[in-house]
Write a new protein. Structure first.
Length: 101
């Protein structure tokens, strides 16, 4: 074995160590990115859960829809009761305008 063979094997070992360090760095970086993504997802889920606590349930929305339809019926009935009063007020107004002349 001569000096040139020893240099070649030293270069080979150096190359293998460099490749191993590169693969290790890539793997560690990938793990760190996964941990950061996991933390981001946990934060987003916590925020979403807090927001969803404020959203009304389906039963509450159904009760609200029933109340709105009852209110609509009440308003329509009130409108029907006011229509004759509007006609009477129009007659009074017309009479007063005619009497003024």
């Amino acid at each position: 074995m001569n000096f040139s063979d020893m240099t070649f094997s030293t270069e080979t070992v150096r190359w293998l160590v460099t490749v191993a360090l590169g693969i290790y760095s890539w793997f560690i970086g990938r793990q760190a990115a996964s941990a950061a993504e996991l933390l981001d997802l946990r934060t987003r889920i916590t925020t979403l859960e807090a927001d969803m606590k404020q959203v009304p349930s389906q039963q509450q929305l159904h009760a609200l829809a029933l109340n709105v339809s009852d209110l609509r019926g009440s308003v329509e009935a009130m409108g029907q009761r006011i229509d004759p009063l509007v006609r009477v007020m129009d007659r009074i107004e017309t009479h007063l305008l005619n009497k003024k002349d």
